[in-house]
Design a protein around this ligand. Sequence first.
Ligand SMILES: NC(=O)c1ccc[n+]([C@@H]2O[C@H](COP(=O)([O-])OP(=O)(O)OC[C@H]3O[C@@H](n4cnc5c(N)ncnc54)[C@H](O)[C@@H]3O)[C@@H](O)[C@H]2O)c1
Length: 474
Amino acid sequence: MNHETTASRDAARARYLRHRRFVVLSLVVALGIFVLLLFAYVAHEVLFVGNDANYAVPPIYGNARLSPEEYQDVRVSDGNESVLITGGLGFIGSHVVDLLLHRGFKVTIYDDESNGHNHNAYANELVPRDITVVTDFPNYPADAASTATAITSTSTTTNASSSSGKRADDKSLLFTHVVHLAAAISVAESMSDPDKYERVNYGGSRKVFDWIRGYNDAVLSSIGDAEGGGGGGGGVDRRPTAARVIRKVVAASSAAIYGDPDPRLLPLRESAPYGGLSPYADTKYRMEGLMREFVESQSTSGAIALRFFNVYGPRQDPRNPYSGVISLFLEMARGGKDITILGDGMMTRDFVYVKDVARAIVLALLREEGEVNDGGGGKIGKGKSTGGGGKGPTFDVYNVCTGVSITINELAARVKSSMGSLSSIVHADPRDGDIRDSRCDPSGARVGMGFKAAVTQEMGLEKTASWFRSQLAK
Ligand SMILES: NC(=O)c1ccc[n+]([C@@H]2O[C@H](COP(=O)([O-])OP(=O)(O)OC[C@H]3O[C@@H](n4cnc5c(N)ncnc54)[C@H](O)[C@@H]3O)[C@@H](O)[C@H]2O)c1
């Protein structure tokens, strides 16, 4: 009897111990999984999403917090530099404005608001103007010295929308740099309405470059007048303290000018021949010609045309049928709709993240004349640097891309997984005239202006997907 009691007590104790071991082990495993998940989440936020709250740096002006790779190599303004940006309310332009304000530049936006967006509530100045209308451009102010003071004192974080989007005395603004992005942007629309593209992209660009030439002439003659007056002894030196010429203009060209290139030319260098297949490409290529003529016709301002490949990122409008394929796919994935690939999906594209594009624009803008490192592939033969011997302003052209292409099939799969979407990936008829392979050589921009894309396509897609998800919450 005693034996039986002891044996059953031992068995119960053994059961209890086994049970306790099981519970402890389960708790340890659960804790381990929890720690692993927490670690994965934090790593994901820091590495991919770059969650602004933890990671980004506050700006000098404006409200855009940027992570270090988003302003990598972009110097801070000397405090007297003022940038006019056409198309600054748009998808790419708004990121350029964020970056310039972040680095302490004064920014004035010229945009006719024709794309229906205003992504720049914190730009210093918003002037709703049409680049195709000559009288819309500001004159170099008659009394530049007093204007310089006025502008410096208002160049903080004025909310453009609260100042009803317009500055009363915009005729008296001073500038040191120009970024020209305003354009009609649809290849398809350019086929059905070529006149619009001729008027806005070619005619508007001509007006921008003519205006810069006239502006610089006015600055130079005002300095000459002041020097003439002051040099006679006893005369008053009226030289404006901030009277500086516009010394650089950077404008948006496009990879569309390469058309559907011979595969032997891949990856595309800037020296590849023109192969444009649309009025859009034609007007962008002829705009580059205008820039070359502009540089040859004066001795003050250099110019750089940047040929963007496929740009994507936050603020790209997915409701615009001509938007980039990434935003269209993200929109489909977000709504659980079929992600529709036109054709077999084996065509390749070089997708470059919009904040990298903004950085390329600002690096080009701030590149000093003569700073170019020779031996780069970024020089083009015809129309490249003018003025020989490294003297005087130059005109250069650079591709803006990552150098890494992916197929549209890979892209669709990545978009689907980054959105955690249940969408199906389906194929439809190919679109007429779609380019098969687009691969780009980024070495010209690296050598010529120190630009290398900092955001990988995986990271960029995560950041863009995160932005799309945040829009869903609104
Ligand atoms: N997004 C891309 O993938 C891509 C690729 C290659 C080149 N580009 C070029 O980059 C530039 C910016 O493109 P985006 O994608 O930001 O386009 P976007 O439409 O978002 O921006 C263009 C801006 O220009 C403004 N604009 C148009 N016509 C104007 C006029 N007559 N006067 C004043 N403003 C005017 C629009 O209101 C808009 O805010 C364009 O020149 C485009 O051709 C874009």
